[in-house]
Design a protein around this ligand. Structure first.
Ligand SMILES: [Zn+2]
Length: 159
């Protein structure tokens, strides 16, 4: 059974008996709408499994805290924009849908890589950060500026 353990007017965080949590969109939102604004409870110099990378050497613990329960998907419906500090809908999202984002869109190298079970036909399998993505995946997804900068640096180094 799942119970609501956190959230706000637009997001419900549900947790099941195994302790697995997911964040659902509580109210339907349209493509490009802002689902939430976020800030930092704390800024760290190194990533951990809860942080979101916002710059070359900045990793934040999210405020409000319940945003940390937004899981990864290889077919995400929201984007964490770390310049505007807003979570933006990538498409129309119905009330009750789980919100998910593509972790490598913010993370260069993840503290805990994992084998993705998102079930998408486009699932990439191992998720370890933008540094480990192939050219195909880099074409397919949107990334934040600090990730685009690292990709450009890497290209320049290889040239
Ligand atoms: Zn996946």
């Amino acid at each position: 059974m799942e119970i609501r353990v956190a959230g706000d007017a637009r997001i419900d965080v549900l947790r099941n008996d195994d302790g697995y949590s997911r964040a659902l969109v509580a109210v339907a939102i349209g493509k490009d709408e802002v689902l939430a604004q976020f800030g930092a409870r704390e800024t760290l110099a190194t990533p951990n499994y809860l942080t979101v990378q916002t710059g070359p050497e900045t990793h934040i613990l999210l405020a409000p805290e319940h945003l940390q329960y937004i899981n990864h998907s290889c077919e995400p419906n929201v984007f964490f924009d770390t310049t505007r500090m807003e979570i933006i809908a990538l498409r129309d999202i119905a009330a009750g849908e789980e919100c998910t984002f593509f972790y490598p869109s913010t993370e260069w190298t993840m503290d805990r890589a994992f084998d993705c079970l998102c079930g998408s036909s486009a699932c990439l399998g191992r998720i370890a950060g933008a540094d480990m993505l192939d050219a195909d995946a880099l074409e397919r997804y949107a990334f934040n500026q600090h990730i685009l900068d690292r990709l450009a640096e890497r290209l320049a180094e290889a040239a």
